[in-house]
Design a protein around this ligand. Structure first.
Ligand code: NI
Length: 257
């Protein structure tokens, strides 16, 4: 009944208990997972995971932190995979990261634009990583007419105003662990303001662990804590929130079953 729209279950932190972690997610009511590959190595391991489990889907893209390493051949490789692998449901995570600043801004901007164009050729939604780059993200989404494919604002950290602008561009707002933190006023306000039919939940595991496990390793099953918090902010039942966000995720990823 829950859809974790953003996970990294192929991460080295699960090397010893990946299968058990995925089993626990199922026991905690997670029916679907979208795993994210963000460079050569993790795209391969993400696809491997998606081939192994029927309820795990794949998003592939080049992360802004690694933008400097992306070559033209990588774009062609990703495009071919997206065309041929049935489980690829989105391009991402792509975007801008001005916090870590591991790739120059100009390179990040170019790599981001190239991948939006690729997603449009493929007619696949995009998953956006935005760290301290709100204004440039909006500018590029507009300039590249990203609304033609739309997609997901992953672990949304912007304001209510920005959420509205993203929704106008055909994007869904995905909330992660931070919405469960007591002092996280912004994501709580966003959860209240965004209509139910535009909300998604995700873990971004192994990162961004929700309360009450903050500080420990995150896992897909903990998406339940995020959904519980969002349900209480929206003043709806957990069951209803789970049902609607799962339906939303299936709509974004164009899943019919
Ligand atoms: Ni991620």
């Amino acid at each position: 009944m829950l859809f974790d729209t953003h996970a990294h279950l192929d991460d080295e932190k699960y090397v010893e208990d990946q299968e058990e972690t995925i089993d626990r997610a199922r026991k905690n009511g997670v029916s679907y997972i979208c795993n994210i590959g963000y460079n050569r190595e993790t795209i391969e391991s993400t696809l491997e995971l998606a081939r192994r489990y029927d309820f795990i889907y794949a998003a592939i893209g080049w992360h802004p932190q690694e933008a400097i390493h992306m070559k033209d051949a990588d774009i062609q490789w990703m495009e071919e995979l997206a065309r041929n692998e049935k489980k690829v449901v989105a391009i991402g995570e792509i975007g801008l990261d001005y916090y870590w600043d591991t790739s120059p801004k100009e390179v990040q901007l170019e790599v981001f634009r190239q991948q939006i164009c690729m997603a449009k050729r493929l007619q696949l939604p995009i998953i956006i990583h935005d760290r301290e780059a709100h204004q440039d993200i909006l500018t590029i989404l507009r300039e590249e007419k990203a609304e033609e494919v739309g997609g997901i604002m992953h672990c949304f950290s912007g304001s209510v105003e920005m959420a509205k602008e993203c929704m106008d561009l055909n994007f869904y707002i995905s909330l992660a662990g931070p919405v469960t933190f007591k002092n996280a006023h912004k994501p709580k306000e966003v959860a209240k303001a965004v209509p139910l039919d535009r909300l998604l939940v995700e873990t971004d595991c192994p990162y961004l662990t929700p309360h009450p496990f903050r500080g420990k390793r995150n896992e897909s099953g903990y998406v339940r804590y995020i959904a519980e918090e969002v349900a209480s902010l929206k003043e709806v039942s957990f069951e209803k929130l789970a049902e609607i966000t799962t339906k939303n995720a299936k709509r974004v990823f164009q899943l019919t079953e």
